[in-house]
Design a protein around this ligand. Structure first.
Ligand SMILES: Cc1ncc(COP(=O)(O)O)c(C=O)c1O
Length: 362
């Protein structure tokens, strides 16, 4: 099958998302931006309840799907016909890109969520990158608009992964109103930790799609539940024609709905994460040789000098703390991203960093 091997050869040359390893469960995992502040009891209680009323011999019941949509509507304050759920926002992003058609141009701000870039390449979309300003990760408006005007699609991750900052609301609204014939994809995976969401704008503007997830603030990364908020027409076609008939399993449907019912409990952990985030920021800001950026997410982005970077890798390994070691990205050296965990986890991370900075003072 020459035609297939040629195609596979092309695919093997593409970049792909590499999952962090769990090192046999021996490490503190501050590498995937989950909500570690949420007590494990919270999910265990929900799972116990879900198990009682599900029968996995059957395909997921319509009534469970309807219940999830009712809870999302309540949580967001947006009607159900603007919402489409799926197996993680990863899956929704991928499905949406798969139907756009190859050759279309997508403007992205870099560095950004690598999975999105990889999926664009997989689906034959052409990426046009605008680097964020190095000093504060803000958008260089003139460069952005110049490229965006020549593209069919714009992707903005806000708050941005890995830099952690949410972009200025006025600028975002300016993009939405001035780029009416572009499809603007706004990834709000971390929005619960930030100041504002643009999800409700979908009722007014047809050109935006907002991706959201229960993997981060809601502590349900393992359940794989995400959703998009978009205009009614796109949502109708997506739910009926594009999405798989049973993209969410019965257990995930039940667990996600129950977590949304208890969103007040989740909110309390978000506040605690935000307080911890500020504490880590203050601590890291005092260290020479490390530049830490203000974050509106449940993680922080750091740049450090070459010497520090190598030592941090070693020291974190010794302390059995796993973070996202990003290395050199987009012309920035020694980058890393660390999730805000529990107070104890954060202390372990900070201790390892402080050892590195003390060694370098001598
Ligand atoms: C910016 C961003 N979008 C989307 C996702 C994927 O979320 P999900 O677990 O819903 O697939 C992630 C996960 O890390 C992310 O960082």
């Amino acid at each position: 099958m020459k035609w297939l091997s040629g195609r596979l050869e092309h695919l093997s040359r593409l970049d792909y998302y590499s999952k962090p390893t769990d090192n046999g469960g021996r490490y503190v995992r501050l590498d995937s931006n989950e909500n570690l502040m949420l007590d494990r009891k919270f999910t265990l209680e929900i799972i116990a309840k879900a198990i009682k009323d599900v029968d996995l011999r059957f395909y997921p019941k319509q009534e469970y799907e309807d219940f999830l949509y009712r809870q999302l509507k309540k949580y967001l304050g947006i009607e159900e016909n603007y919402i489409a759920a799926g197996s993680g926002s990863d899956q929704i992003i991928d499905l949406l890109l798969s139907i756009i058609g190859p050759g279309k141009r997508v403007t992205v701000l870099t560095p950004t969520f690598s999975y999105f870039l990889n999926r664009c390449e997989l689906h034959g979309l052409k990426l046009e990158s605008v680097p964020l300003r190095r000093e504060n990760n803000t958008i260089c408006e003139s460069d952005f608009f110049k490229l965006a005007k020549q593209s069919e699609i714009v992707y903005i991750c806000s708050p941005n992964n890995p830099t952690g900052n949410q972009f200025d609301k006025e600028l975002m609204m300016d993009m939405i109103t001035s780029l009416q014939n572009k499809l603007i994809l706004i990834d709000e995976a971390y929005v619960e930790f930030a100041d504002y969401s643009l999800a409700s704008s979908v009722t007014k503007y047809e050109n935006i799609v907002v991706f959201r997830t229960l993997s981060k603030a809601f502590g349900l990364a393992g359940a794989r539940v995400g959703y998009m908020v978009a205009n009614e027409n796109l949502v109708r076609v997506f739910r009926s024609r594009i999405q798989l008939p049973y993209s969410l399993g019965t257990l995930s449907l039940r667990i996600a709905s129950m977590a949304l019912v208890r969103s007040n409990q989740v909110r309390k952990t978000i506040e605690r994460i935000k307080r911890e985030r500020e504490k880590i920021f203050e601590n890291l800001s005092k260290i020479n040789g490390i530049k830490v950026f203000k974050s509106d997410s449940n993680f922080l982005f750091l740049e450090c000098c070459e010497l520090y970077y190598q030592n941090i890798v070693k020291q974190l390994h010794r302390a059995r703390v796993s973070v996202r070691m990003l290395g050199n990205i987009d012309g920035r050296a020694g980058c890393l991203r660390v999730t805000v965990g529990t107070r104890e986890m954060n202390a372990r991370f900070l201790k390892a960093i402080e050892i590195v900075s003390d060694h370098n003072k001598i």
